[in-house]
Ligand binder design. Sequence first.
Ligand code: ZN
Length: 312
Amino acid sequence: MKSILFLEPVFKQMIWGGRQLADQFGYEIPGDRTGECWAVSAHPNGDCVVREGAYQGKTLSQLWREEPGLFGNSDLDRFPLLVKIIDAKDDLSIQVHPDDAYAGENENGSLGKTECWYILDCPEKASLVVGHNAGSRQELQEMIEQERWGELIREIPVKKGDFIQINPGTVHAIKGGLMILETQQNSDITYRVYDYGRLTDGKPRQLHVKQSIDVITVPAPSAADSVKSALALPENTMNELISCDYYTVWKLDVAGVMSFEQTHPFLIMSVIEGEGSVDGRRICKGDHFILPQGYGTAELRGEMTLIASSVR
Ligand code: ZN
C-alpha cells in the first residue's frame, strides 16, 4: 500500500495576521502577526516538506517531479493546488485575481487564480467583501479613480460553516476576525484594488489599479450566487461543496467510522475539527495529508471534520 503523505506547514507573517493559528490550531507560529498557514503547497514561496516516512524531508514540488505516480502521472507542469488556513486579525486588502489567460500573458506565464473559502470561525455579524456594485466598466473605473469605495464594495453577511467560491475577476476581501480554509490554484498573483490607506514601514503597499480594472468581472454575479451554507451535511459521506475546472472540494463529518475508496489522482485532506485516525494513524485538528493515487480504501475513525480536495 502507498503511504500517506503528511506535510509540514509553512507560516507567513502578514500585517493583518494574528495568533489564532497557535491558539486554535496548536501550531508553533513564528510571530504575533502570523496570517497564513500554507498547509499543502508546492509553491516556490512556500514549499511544504513531508514530515515522516519514505519521503521524509522531500518537498512537495520535488515529489511532484520525482514521483509522478503518487499524483496520477498528471501532465500538468506543477502541483496544481494550494491549501491555506488564514487568520485575519485585521482586514485584508481588497483584491482581485486574473484568469489563466491574463496571468499567462502579463505575469510571466503564471497561472491565474480561482479560490474558495470555508469559514472555520468568525464573530457574530461577520461579513466578507465579495463582488461590487458598478454597473459598467466605465462606472467601475470612475468609482476606483474617485476612490468611492463605500459605493463600490459589496459586503455580504457570513457565518461559520459558509462556503464561498471566488472566480477570477471577483472583487474580494477577508475581513478582520475571520478564520478561513482556502483551497486555490497554485498561484500567487493578486491585484490589490484598495488597502484602506494603510502603511507598512511608513509606505502604502502597491496597488494594481490598471490590472484590476482590466480583470474585474462587470457586473458582478449576485451575492446569493456567491455564498452557500455547508453546515449540517450528512455524516460519514463526502459532501461535494464545489466542482470547477481546477478543483473539487468536499466536506466530511466523521462520526464513528467511515470508509471510502481513493479514486482521484490524489486526495488532499485537512482536519479542521476534532480528532480520530486514518487507517490507524492518529490525526487531529490542524493535520494535513495527501492520499496518493492508488491508495485504495481509506478508513477514518473518530469525531472530526475534514475538508478534502482534488483535481479531475
Ligand atoms: Zn484571493
